[in-house]
Design a protein around this ligand. Sequence first.
Ligand code: B12
Length: 301
Amino acid sequence: MQQGVLTERLKNHAEESGLDVLGFADASAFKGYRLGHSIRRDPKLSLPEARTIIVAGVYIGGVTLPIWRDPWYGRTSRLYLSGYFLDMVKPLEPLVKVLTNQGFQAILCDGTTDEGSILPLKLAAVRAGLGWQGKHSLLISKQYGTFLALGGIITDAELQHNTKEEPNRCRDCDKCQQACPLGALETPYVLDKKKCMSNRLALEKLPDDVQAVMENRIGDCEICQDACPWNKKHIERPLSTQTIVSFQTQAADWKKTFYLPDLAEISEKTFRCRFDLLNTGYPFDIFQRNVLLALENARRF
Ligand code: B12
């Protein structure tokens, strides 16, 4: 099959799969990627004949819950609720099938393999022309802001690669850096994982400085994203069909799901039934600890 025809076929499947953006990039190594010898740096370490990285995004910005402003409800993130917390696999499977049916190899970027992931997705997305990395280090798309969950495929198919990267449009804006209450963005473009609340809310022992600013957060933080002007501009629109379907199977009634006094009572079994579908990997005891602390904060409010 011709390169152009295959690219078009993949684009059609992407649309049917509920993917909002799709880009193609060459599969050379990510030289500036500072992760030592991580397999993520070089797609050819995963697939020696790699020629193309396919990067896809699903818009998740529409998942704002008004109850997040109420201290009696547990707050999470759009990524958490989207079910693509660790990786975005399901919507990409049809694309893998198109490629393998044509005799190509295609490997999905899946957070459960290797060292957690096989592709640095933000960098891959920049190369594929989907946006630029903001000072919060996240990918900003002109159309969707930071609210794109990303997924990727490495393949040996030679597809039409993007050749023009989006220019960085952050200029002198430092709203995300100023907004982070824990100083995780002191160096622009580099997230200090050791300070980031999203990371630290999942720690076994919750540090005091996190407890002091977590409010009703029970997992994840979106403060830097809420401050980003590109998210204020971006178009609010309903979620793609696929995302809505997966959401409905998870929890039809978010209000009931996140009411803190009820959450504090749920058993590990109920937690598994309700929250494992969100693919967050959060252990029950850490989730429960955060719920109890959030409840304490609500009582103090
Ligand atoms: C591990 C991980 C985390 C960890 C650690 C992140 C980290 N930066 O170290 C933790 C748990 C903290 C985390 C948090 C979040 N994550 Co995360 N995370 C990942 C994961 C699995 C790997 C990222 C990784 O490899 N990080 C390692 C570091 C080294 O990479 P980096 O931040 O890209 O570092 C680069 C910059 O520092 C850059 N850099 C350095 N100097 C300069 C200078 C300039 C000018 C520029 C442009 C760049 C630059 O170079 C480094 C690369 O060498 C990816 C999925 C994936 N496969 O990519 C999701 C992913 C990046 N996360 C994502 C999200 C949404 C989040 C959260 C917002 C979660 C939330 N609350 O909703 C927060 C982000 C907060 C923030 N400001 O970044 C999304 C990003 C989507 C997007 N539009 O960008 C991804 C792609 C997951 C997904 N399914 O879509 N995450």
